[in-house]
Design a protein around this ligand. Structure first.
Ligand code: 6PG
Length: 256
């Protein structure tokens, strides 16, 4: 776990990490595959990668972008995760459009989930699980991640890479990568900021295991690196001794 002074420092560290993994993956395998997250925290990360030099040195034609989840809205809708990532990052860097794999949010969620899984299977080894180089995740203040919400069906998925998920409290369908698909990645990076998430972050990390209530607890890469980038506010319910035992406290000046 890495604890930073504030949300801006978390975003800068995350952007630097994406760029580092992109360079390493392209060097090692000729390709970098990443699943982006929606939500507010990553928006700044995408902006830094596009406009503030963090993305320089990334060979964008060798990058394939996927999405961790999508809302059932058209791609130009204000709530579309694709639209956010496109405006903040994808339209601003020389990534070939064919390398951007968006989840269709129009029509039937089950059909869209299955079409997305087929698209992923075309790029990854069809057998087993997808080996994404990096999955970026946020955590909602109810403990959800991607569109794996508390008490929902998709939490129990053990076969599909991508699932439709009815979220009663939103009265809406979502399409989401499943926990086993996320857990197959080489790196999983959670970004969590703000005091509103402090209590839930503590429960996820230190509470009883109850993944139906706290879906973020389902995330445990099976053969990958698990990283939490959090700010002091989000970490404020964790005891300093516990944090020190497993943290690297990074000062923002090291990120500039
Ligand atoms: C979404 C996201 C979702 C998000 C969390 C945290 O589509 O809503 O993918 O899982 O990451 O809700 O969002 P914030 O970073 O905005 O708090």
């Amino acid at each position: 776990m890495f604890v930073f002074d504030d949300a801006e420092s978390v975003a800068r560290a995350a952007a630097a990490r994406v760029a580092e993994l992109a360079r390493e993956s392209i060097k090692a395998r000729g390709l970098f595959t990443i699943a982006l997250s929606g939500g507010n925290t990553p928006r700044r990360v995408y902006g830094l990668l596009a406009d503030e030099g963090f993305g320089e040195g990334i060979d964008w034609p060798s990058v394939h972008v996927f999405f961790g989840d999508e809302r059932m809205v058209p791609p130009d809708h204000a709530e579309s995760n694709y639209r956010m990532a496109n405006e903040a990052l994808l339209a601003r860097v020389p990534i070939p459009p064919v390398n951007v794999h968006r989840i269709d949010g129009v029509g039937d969620a089950a059909a869209n989930a299955s079409a997305y899984e087929s698209e992923m299977r075309g790029l990854f080894d069809d057998a087993g699980w997808p080996r994404l180089d990096q999955v970026l995740l946020g955590m909602g203040d109810d403990g959800h991640t991607a569109s794996l919400f508390p008490g929902t069906e998709a939490l129990h998925e053990s076969r599909l890479w991508v699932a439709p998920n009815w979220v009663e409290k939103l009265g809406a369908w979502r399409v989401t990568l499943t926990a086993p698909a996320i857990n197959a990645a080489r790196h999983v990076t959670f970004l969590v900021t703000g005091a509103a998430k402090a209590g839930r972050l503590r429960e996820v990390l230190k509470g009883e295991r109850d993944a139906t209530r706290l879906p973020s607890q389902l995330i445990r890469p099976s053969d990958g690196i698990f990283e939490w980038l959090v700010d002091l506010e989000a970490a404020s319910s964790l005891e300093p001794e516990w944090l020190l035992a497993q943290s690297e406290i990074r000062q923002p000046k090291q990120q500039k």
